[in-house]
Design a protein around this ligand. Structure first.
Ligand code: ZN
Length: 229
């Protein structure tokens, strides 16, 4: 026999418990394990304690990844060529539904969004650089991007906001950023597609950056060697 005779009863019972986030004393919201605020963050960004990550936060990572990826695209690295081709297909709205055929709910809003990115001049390489730099940023800042789920959402969320032209200005106030249409589940879908198709390549890019850092560190250490008098 089910524990509750109705959904209302289940909600009433759940709402008597407190939010799962440590230190939060708000009641849970509906059937969620979180309060309204933490539940919304979890739904939109893949983590109840997600804080905004701005493009400037991973500017250094973007430069590092662009240098490696541009060089390898030029050299015809098969993984990089494949990844750029994949993102180029996403930017072609016609091919987008095909590109996401493995996903159950292809979203028309996402197809629109990628068309819009293309119209803003975003290329497949740009999207690959964005994905790799977020991955590298997450690797270096594990408190900012906490775990696989959070990374998945962050990848999708940031790719969906790569550099689209803003929406027309509303009557009052600032130009609206691209917001509202790309929901949490859409971010997750895009993030999952990136991880599934390109995860191995993105890890390889991170390793390459780390190897370069280690080499640089070695050079610096060599400079500390005692000098002859
Ligand atoms: Zn809470």
């Amino acid at each position: 026999m089910p524990k509750y005779s109705s959904l209302t009863e289940a909600i009433d019972d759940n709402e008597r418990a407190v939010c799962k986030v440590r230190g939060c004393h708000e009641p849970r919201s509906r059937i969620s394990g979180f309060c309204l605020r933490h539940g919304q963050k979890n739904h939109s960004y893949g983590h109840p304690l997600a804080r905004p990550i701005y493009r400037k936060d991973y500017a250094i990572e973007r430069d590092e990844c662009r240098a490696i990826l541009s060089r390898n695209l030029e050299a015809g690295h098969p993984g990089v060529v494949y990844a750029v081709g994949l993102f180029d297909r996403w930017l072609e709205a016609k091919d987008f539904s095909q590109a996401i055929s493995t996903v159950k709910r292809p979203s028309a809003a996402l197809a629109d969004h990628f068309t819009r990115l293309k119209a803003s001049g975003v290329t497949g390489l740009d999207l690959l650089v964005e994905a790799a730099s977020i991955w590298l940023f997450a690797d270096r800042n594990q408190k900012r991007v906490d775990g696989h789920r959070h990374l998945t959402y962050t990848l999708g969320h940031k790719l969906c906001r790569a550099k689209a032209a803003p929406l027309p200005k509303p009557l009052k106030g600032k130009a609206m950023p691209f917001k509202g249409i790309i929901t949490g589940p859409a971010s997750r879908m895009v993030g999952e597609m990136v991880i599934k198709n390109l995860g191995v390549l993105l890890i390889a890019v991170c390793r390459k950056v780390q190897a370069q850092e280690a080499k640089h560190q070695e050079t610096l250490l060599a400079m500390y060697e005692p000098l002859e008098v």
